[in-house]
Design a protein around this ligand. Structure first.
Ligand code: PEP
Ligand code: MG
Length: 883
């Protein structure tokens, strides 16, 4: 077989038209999301303008072959075009029956606005004259000048401003305020001027052959896959492994053919709240791009219902058909051309976490899906939005509301105003919370939008670029806030006479659209209503337990509210960060030169620990509380920046001289504190430390047991690498516990176990298990020591590793399954071989990360433990593994 026939045997062009399609909705990888769904809509009989999709595989071939159309592809495109021409009864380039097409990108994963589109392709002087005879002169020349602008900009890289300048000059020459006031003769003149722009900027005439136009446009869409903004968007959203973009070539339908035409977008339910109402926007006498680009602030669907009722009825019916077919909330684009409805796009709609949960619950109630399907519908990360703070008291800020825009993405945001995406990124890098304020956002702004805590735009609707992108990321956004004016040139924001300058604080309520002056107070969210129902379904399905990492009674209460079934990690050193007195007491303990001094300092620490343990046990009544013995990297308590002040304070408290304190600090200083004097190394060197902690734990546990609280303490030894380290501490713990229990006459069951966070411990887990009743993987340290990357310094090289693809993910965020995961699996197996009823969990940061959770379920762990705010995310992720 020759190479050409071999290549030709792989189908790369797929046609579609009402009632017939060569593709379907499951072919997203090959046809892109848009192409696959157009094929599906056409095949179930909806009115879709006929067209064809050039596959993503063809795009990949194009990129790999030095940016040439792959052999045989053009012939396939012409065959596809012929089918479309026959279907619609028009032909590309034929003035007697003119066919205009749109050429649009569409990858397997939606990348809103990141790649290119050309509309009205197929026009030249003769075709425009032909179109004028059929559809009127004004329409023909308006389409022609729009095409010249878009084709020049997208395909040939002629700046849009070159054309815009001509348009503006023409408008002022003719005394026209709006484009629509220009006459057919004006537009005809403008077409000639636009054509001159090509010659002046490119030294070449505009390509008048429609087939040549089509070839160049297909290439331009392929090229746009690798544009800087598309690459940046994929990096931010971690989109990898795609072949490229497909190209959708489709007959144009026109929403700008007068007042019986129009164009719109809608969601079949409200994407912010999940409410079951058609939620969309419509523009009479306009083309689709006008809505998506946010250039005109649109009308609502009621306008359409009044002015074109038949098309509206058909649209409503199509929405029902699509929801029943896809079993999901749909995001739809449509156009009405002279009262006739055309479906231009459909896809499963993106919504907020709150919206997704309500829709999943409602669809089960409506009988559209079952509970298992509902569980799969909500992305665990999306729950994050429901768990973020809301405003503490919305009625308290009413007098500070300065404007109201569209509630484009819900939640509350409080930050300092910046006026450009670059500034948002720079401020974010300095650890500041900022609100990005723009007249309207463009795809170039994605970096800054991601860095901001909130986005505020003066123009654009609910489906403008800013709104769509912000909702996808769960970032609070208010769009179309027409009460404000943004003056970029001197970085000012005007609300009438009120001026807000760069750096001033602003608060946004993305659920109501209110823009509020100043820094308003935030309150934690709660799990109620639909979310409570949804989470109960998740809990019934999952097999692994979800516990929380919490170090204070308040965190423990939050953890319980969020559904934690116990505490998997209480970092006792964190308890000392809570107040100045506590930190001072720890410093005295660190400074102690003799055992007597240390014991005296420990006596100061004991009451703090005991009262915190009491609060935590009380909050966890009936659930296990895993308390880890002290593991402070000592440098965290002696920050270099404040050292003079610390020494003065210590000297006053202890009577030691400044010089002695200095010497002691020098003796304690370590070259690599993360691998230094921490974990069980402390408890072994200073047994009185372990002994004090055990006393605090058991005094609290005994006292609460007497009050009727059910207490399950589990004492955990950190940073163990050898069985001897662990047995040393176990002996101490059991000895001290026994003494207290005997003295009090109380009986209490408790466990003693260990963290597995040193690779050696994982490798000799069978020996360790002989001493441990439970293992808890500390995947933060285990990652640090397996990779040999310092947790504190990884930021210096990780961005390079990620951008060069040396690592696919930050291993401190997403578990490295091959390496660190191998240790987790092996240690679990070895540990259980030595002690069959060994309880095994994980309490590193990975315990709240969905893909890592799937791995831990697979590895047979009993529980994951994560921060209280991530508990619902982990509960859902665990349920999704089960379904
Ligand atoms: C760990 O190492 O994963 C862990 C939970 O301990 P820490 O983060 O406190 O070192
Ligand atoms: Mg650790």
């Amino acid at each position: 077989m020759s190479t050409t026939t071999m290549i030709k045997s792989v189908k790369r062009v797929f046609t579609f038209g009402k009632g017939r399609s060569e593709g379907n909705k499951d072919m997203k990888a090959l046809l892109g999301g848009k192409g696959a769904n157009l094929a599906e809509m056409a095949s179930i009989g909806l009115s879709v303008p006929p067209g064809f999709t050039v596959s993503t595989a063809a795009c990949q071939e194009y990129q790999n072959s030095g940016k040439n159309l792959p052999p045989g592809l053009w012939e396939e495109v012409l065959e596809g075009l012929k089918i479309v021409e026959e279907d619609i009864g028009a032909a590309l380039g034929d003035p007697t029956k003119p066919l205009l097409v749109s050429v649009r990108s569409g990858a397997a994963i939606s990348m809103p606005g990141m790649m290119d589109t050309v509309l009205n392709l197929g026009l030249n002087d003769a075709v425009a004259a032909g179109l004028a005879t059929k559809s009127g002169e004004r329409f023909a020349y308006d389409s022609y000048r729009r095409f010249l602008d878009m084709f020049g900009d997208v395909v040939l890289g002629i700046p849009h401003s070159e054309f815009d300048d001509k348009l503006e000059t023409m408008k002022s020459r003719k005394g026209a305020k709006l484009d629509t006031e220009l006459t057919a003769a004006d537009l005809k003149e403008l077409v000639e001027e636009y054509k001159d722009v090509y010659v002046r900027t490119k030294g070449k005439k505009f390509p008048s052959d429609p087939k040549k136009q089509l070839e160049l446009a297909i290439k331009a869409v392929f090229e746009s896959w690798d544009s800087p903004r598309a690459i940046k968007y994929r990096n931010i959203n971690r989109i990898t492994g795609l072949k490229g973009t497909a190209v959708n070539v489709q007959c144009m339908v026109f929403g700008n053919m007068g007042n019986s035409s129009g164009t719109g977008v809608l969601f079949t339910r409200n994407p912010s709240t999940g409410e079951k109402v058609l939620y969309g926007e419509f523009l009479t006498n306009a083309q689709g791009e006008d809505v998506v680009a946010g250039i005109r602030t649109p009308e609502d669907l009621e306008t359409m219902k009044k002015t074109m009722p038949e098309a509206y009825e058909e649209l409503v019916e199509n929405c029902e058909i699509l929801e029943a077919h896809y079993k999901d909330m749909m995001d739809i684009e449509f156009t009405v051309q002279e009262k006739r409805l055309w479906m231009l796009q459909c896809r499963v709609g993106k919504c907020t976490g709150r919206g997704a949960v309500k829709i999943a619950v409602d669809m089960v109630k409506e009988g559209l899906i079952d509970r298992r399907a509902a569980i799969k519908k909500v992305e665990p990360q999306h729950l994050d939005q429901l768990l973020h703070p809301q405003f503490e008291n919305p009625s308290a800020y009413k007098s500070s509301v300065v404007a109201k825009g569209l509630p484009a993405s819900p939640g509350a945001a409080v930050g300092q105003v910046v006026f450009s995406a670059e500034e948002a990124e720079a401020w974010h890098a300095q650890g500041k919370s900022c609100i990005l304020v723009r007249t309207e956002t463009s795809p170039e702004d994605v970096g800054g939008m991601h860095a901001a805590v909130g986005i505020l735009t003066a123009r654009g609707g609910m489906t403008s670029h800013a709104a769509v992108v912000a909702r996808g990321w769960g970032i609070c956004c208010i769009s179309g806030c027409s009460d404000m004016r943004v003056i970029d040139s001197n970085k000012k924001l005007l609300f009438g006479s009120k001026v807000v300058e760069e750096g001033e604080w602003l608060s946004l309520n993305g659920s109501t659209g209110e823009v509020i002056l100043g820094k308003q107070a935030l309150a934690p969210p709660s799990l109620t209503g639909d979310l409570e129902i949804f989470m109960s379904w998740a809990d019934n399905l999952r097999q692994i337990k979800v516990l929380a990492n919490a170090d204070s009674p308040i965190d423990a209460q939050t953890a319980r509210k969020n559904g934690a079934e116990g505490i998997g990690l209480c970092r006792t050193e964190h308890m000392f960060f809570a107040s100045d007195e506590r930190i001072k007491a720890v410093r005295r303990m660190i400074m102690a030169a003799t055992i007597e001094q240390r014991k005296a300092a420990l006596e100061l620490l004991l009451p703090y620990q005991r009262s915190d343990f009491e609060g935590i046990f009380r909050a966890m009544d009936g659930f296990p509380v895993t308390i880890r013995l002290l593991d402070p990297p000592l440098h965290e308590f002696l920050p270099e920046g404040d050292i003079d002040e610390i020494i003065a304070g210590l000297s006053a408290d202890t009577g030691m001289s400044s010089e002695d304190i200095h010497t002691r600090i020098e003796n304690l200083s370590e070259v690599n504190p993360m691998l230094g004097f921490r974990g069980c190394r402390l408890g072994i060197s200073y047994p009185e430390l372990t002994e004090m902690q055990v006393r605090a734990i058991f005094q609290a546990a005994i006292s609460l047991t007497k009050q009727g609280v059910i207490v399950y303490p589990e004492i955990m030894v950190p940073l163990v690498g050898t069985p001897e380290e662990l047995s040393h501490q176990v002996r101490l713990i059991r000895g001290a516990a026994k003494k207290l229990l005997v003295e009090s006459g109380a009986s209490l069951s408790y466990k003693v176990g260990t963290m597995i966070e040193v690779p050696r411990a994982a490798l000799v887990a069978d020996e360790i298990a002989k001493e441990a009743e439970f293992f808890s993987f500390g995947t933060n340290d285990l990652t640090q020591m397996t990779f040999g990357y310092s947790r504190d310094d990884v930021g210096k090289f990780l961005p390079v590793y990620l951008s060069q693809g040396i690592l696919q993910n930050d291993p401190f965020e997403v578990l490295d399954q091959k390496g660190v995961g191998y240790l987790v699996k092996t240690a679990t197996e070895k540990g259980r071989a030595a002690r069959p009823n060994l309880k095994v969990g994980i309490c590193g940061e990975h315990g709240g990360e969905p893909s890592s959770i799937a791995f831990f379920v697979e590895a047979g762990l009993d529980y994951v433990s994560c921060s209280p705010f991530r508990v619902p995310i982990a509960r859902l992720a665990a349920a999704q593994v089960a379904v």
